[in-house]
Design a protein. Sequence first.
Length: 119
Amino acid sequence: VQLQASGGGLVQAGAYLRLSCAASGSFYSLEDMAWYRQVPEKQRELVATINSGATINVENSLRDRFTISRDYGKNTVYLQMHALKVEDTAVYYCHAKVLTRRLTWAEYWGQGTQVTVSS
C-alpha cells in the first residue's frame, strides 16, 4: 500500500490550502485515514481522523479552521486548512489503517508534505 500526499507549499498567513493523500495498492478495505503533522524536534501530532463510517475527529485547537474529508471511491483523504497561521508550519503526514487481503490490520504512512506559512 502506498500513500501519496500532495498539496503542501509556501503560503502567507490567512491563506487556504488543501492537502490530498491517495492510497493505492492491494488491500481488502481502507479503514481509518488521518493527518498528522510534525515540526523539527517535536513529536508527530494528530491533526484529524476520518474512519470508514465517515466519523470525523479534529484536534480541538484546530476545529475552527481545519476540516477533513474523504473520497471513498478514490481512496483519497483531504485536509482543508483555512486561515493558516505561522504556527501551522510543519510537515504533514497522512496515515492509513487498512484491512489486508489476508484479513490482518496494517498501518501505513505517506511521505509527508511541507506546509510553510509566512507572516
